[in-house]
Design a protein around this ligand. Structure first.
Ligand code: ADE
Length: 237
């Protein structure tokens, strides 16, 4: 069985899939953190891998950028590949001096102005939530591993670039009342809710609107080790 976007066969994915945005990060996680790795999807270079972590099957597959993209890939993993849990591992920009570059965030909620949920399954809410079960495990694992993960409100934006007349990041923060911004979690949480599955999101702060600090692009892939460890330990808990 294959879908228009995924050539994997039924059974190729583990019950839990880690989902970075970037296909090369998916490859990096597979090559550096998993054993007995098999590449299960190469369609559009949206790479997917299945291997084991501490003997437990775990998959990692890229989501691409933005809600339409993660909407497609997460829907297909849940609906056609019997995936039960998706843990997004991404990056975010900080709207607050309480979240600094390289901090690890566990999503408390995802706010969005996107119509993704409204036109996918009639959901009008602007704030959606991750699965409590996985989030509680992630918070407990962070404590166990000595990772100072911050539980924060995530803004899932449709725009990376906005015109200056829109009022800058301060106006966006005022509207959404969130702590950091990324572009995918809202759609992922919606799909999980709609299909009776589980999802959460972990983020590493890659840039700060407050201090203008950012991790250089070439360092991003490797600077997410703490979050990956947390995601993997959560995946096998
Ligand atoms: N992901 C990382 N940084 C981001 C930003 N500034 N805006 C949206 N998504 C991001």
């Amino acid at each position: 069985m294959a879908t228009p976007h995924n050539e994997a066969k039924k059974g190729d994915f583990a019950k839990t899939v880690l989902m970075p945005g970037d296909p090369l990060r998916a490859k990096f996680v597979a090559e550096n953190f998993l054993e007995d790795v098999k590449c299960v999807n190469t369609v559009r270079n949206c790479l997917g891998f299945t291997g084991t972590y501490k003997g437990v099957p775990v998959s990692v597959m890229a989501s691409g950028m933005g809600m339409p993209s993660i909407g497609i890939y997460s829907y297909e993993l849940y609906a056609f590949y019997d995936v039960e849990n998706i843990i997004r591992i991404g990056s975010a920009g900080s709207y607050t001096d309480k979240l600094n570059v390289l901090d690890v965030v566990i999503s408390e909620s995802a706010y969005s102005d996107s119509t993704f949920a409204k036109y996918t399954n009639g959901v009008e809410e602007k704030t959606l939530y991750p699965s409590k079960k996985i989030n509680d495990i992630a918070i407990a694992k962070a404590k166990e591993l000595g990772i100072d993960a911050k539980v924060a409100k995530v803004h899932s934006a449709d725009q990376f670039y906005t015109a200056p007349e829109m009022g800058g990041w301060q106006a966006v923060k005022e509207r959404c009342q969130c702590d950091c911004v990324e572009m995918e979690s809202f759609a992922l949480f919606n799909n999980a809710n709609m299909l009776g599955k589980n999802a959460t999101c972990m983020l590493t702060i890659s840039d700060s609107f407050v201090t203008s600090e950012e991790i250089p692009a070439e360092d991003r892939q490797k600077s997410f080790t703490e979050m990956m460890k947390l995601a993997l330990e959560t995946a096998i808990a």
